[in-house]
Design a protein around this ligand. Structure first.
Ligand code: GLN
Length: 495
């Protein structure tokens, strides 16, 4: 029989219902896996919650015995440490929140718990979700399980992507069955690509942002990270839904995304945006992209050329809007309301000391950029201009979706790179987001599916972009791609 930690969520749901094993057994297998030296060496979890997990698993088994099991009852998952969890420390991977324990539960985690999920722990991330490599975490860089059988001892330690690097690591390494991520500019999809996992950023408004530590509020979205498309559909169905506590949450019914998995893509039109073939696109990546298009064509879809003319402005626009919103959101960490306080002679000095000591370098850089573009003299030149171009980017997609149903693109410019690489050059790091940020700016859903291994033995994913609130078409198309690609490779380190 397959090891319990290697089952997919969908398989485990069936196994639990058939009483092949209990949630306590399934949870214990994951806890044992998490607690090995090699697993802890990846630094994927900031906080392990084994005791809570076992209690929740026991309650789940009792519910099942009473015939009251929910849709994901007894499934052990990991939660990105950006989601507030009642009574469990929530750090955003920052020194400033190192001692913060929320008195409330985020809407999305509450929905997962209501469906019966068990929480194994809180996963590491780039500080305040700012980054593409997980190296800006106050709690140390996460090491990609593709680095070697004992990732922490590997000669070349690879990043798991970011900012949801802890989540991508635990899912790839079988240290959790699934995890939550958040995606402001690619933080679910780029780590999925770098670890050979599936990740979807739903349409803006699909999941409530309430109780998730805010980075850039007009871009932030919650989403799942899993090992299969079917699991992503089940997770997203559980996480989605209208929430009056989030004014940008949308009051639309949540379709049963799992029903779309495995449906035929015959007759669907798949667009290939010519502007995504950026100068110097990696030759191997280009080959995978073409192969992906061929797979969908063979499955009955029609592949057409499309144009998204404002693509080249996406990164500059993102790196104006995201820091602007971040500088405003992060003003609340003042040494009074949350977490760390470093005393000073005056109130202003206390603010300065607290924020100087509490925020890491990248977060400070974003606050500076954001404050600059919002300042009186530059507001029109940068911020307002960026908002106008953002509209053009959205219009490009609206135009494209008149002639196609989904868009196929690369997910990340390269396979996983080494810790330390790109670290001293923020621009290099920002380029990691070139394929992912346009969707956040346009509010559209995007899913990443692993399609194969590059010559260096590392996974590569492709991204599918959909119409607003049409995640079902994405799941349908992604499952066709998953089936054709038949990606079954596992990292050298798994539990
Ligand atoms: N890498 C991007 C950034 O650094 C996106 C991060 C995210 O999606 N949270 O801002």
């Amino acid at each position: 029989m397959t090891k319990l930690t290697h089952l997919s969520v969908t398989e485990a749901v069936t196994g639990l219902a058939a009483k092949d094993f209990t949630s306590v057994e399934l949870t214990q297998a994951h806890i044992a896996a998490m607690q090995t030296d090699a697993a802890r060496g990846t630094k994927a979890y900031i906080t392990e919650t084994a005791e809570l997990a076992l209690r929740q698993a026991g309650e789940s088994d009792a519910r099942r015995a009473a015939g009251k099991a929910g849709a994901m009852d007894g499934i052990p998952i990991a939660i990105k440490d950006l989601y507030c969890t009642k009574g469990v420390r929530t750090t955003a991977a920052s020194h400033i929140l190192e001692i913060f324990t929320p008195t409330y539960e985020s809407t999305v985690t509450q929905k997962l718990f209501d469906a019966g999920c068990v929480m194994l722990g809180k996963t590491n991330l780039d500080e305040f979700a700012m980054g593409s490599s997980n190296i800006t975490s106050y709690f140390g860089a996460v090491i990609n399980p593709w680095s070697g059988p004992d990732p922490a001892k590997a000669a070349r330690q690879l990043v798991p992507g970011g900012s949801s690097g802890g989540s991508s690591c635990v899912v790839a390494a079988r240290l959790a069955m699934a995890a939550t991520g958040t995606d402001t500019g690619g933080s679910i999809r780029q780590p999925a690509s770098l670890t050979g996992t599936v990740g979807i950023k739903p349409t803006y408004g699909r999941c409530s942002r309430w109780g998730i530590v805010a980075f850039a509020s007009s871009l932030d979205q919650a989403g799942p990270m899993t090992r299969t498309v079917a699991d992503a559909a089940l997770m997203l169905r559980t996480m989605s839904g209208f929430d009056p506590k989030d004014s940008t949450s949308v009051d639309l019914p949540v379709p049963d995304f799992t029903a779309a998995v495995g449906q035929s893509v015959k007759g669907l039109k798949i667009g290939i945006p010519r502007e995504y073939r950026i100068d110097g696109i990696d030759a191997e990546l280009d080959v995978f992209w073409q192969k992906g298009a061929a797979m969908l064509r063979d499955a009955g879809a029609e592949v057409i050329d499309i144009s998204l003319p404002h693509t080249k402005y996406s990164l500059p626009v993102y790196y104006i809007i995201a820091p602007a919103e971040a500088s405003s959101n992060l003003a609340r960490y003042d040494g009074v309301r949350f977490g760390l306080r470093v005393p000073g002679e005056s109130l202003n000095e206390m603010y300065e000391n607290t924020r100087g000591a509490g925020f890491g370098k990248e977060v400070r850089r974003r606050i500076l950029m954001g404050t600059y573009v919002l300042s009186a003299g530059y507001y029109d030149a940068y911020y307002i201009k960026a908002q106008k171009v953002r509209r053009c980017i959205r219009n490009d997609f609206d135009e494209a979706f008149k002639s196609c149903d989904a868009i196929l693109t690369p997910a990340a410019p390269s396979t996983a790179f080494a810790i330390g690489e790109k670290q001293d050059d923020p621009i290099q790091m920002y380029l990691e987001d070139v394929f992912t940020v346009p969707l956040n700016l346009a509010g559209l859903p995007g899913i990443v599916v692993p399609v194969g291994l590059a010559k260096n033995g590392l996974p590569m994913g492709l991204q599918l972009i959909g119409r607003a609130f049409d995640e079902s078409t994405l799941f349908k198309t992604a499952s066709a791609l998953e089936l054709a690609a038949g990606f079954t490779a596992k990292p050298p380190f798994t539990a």
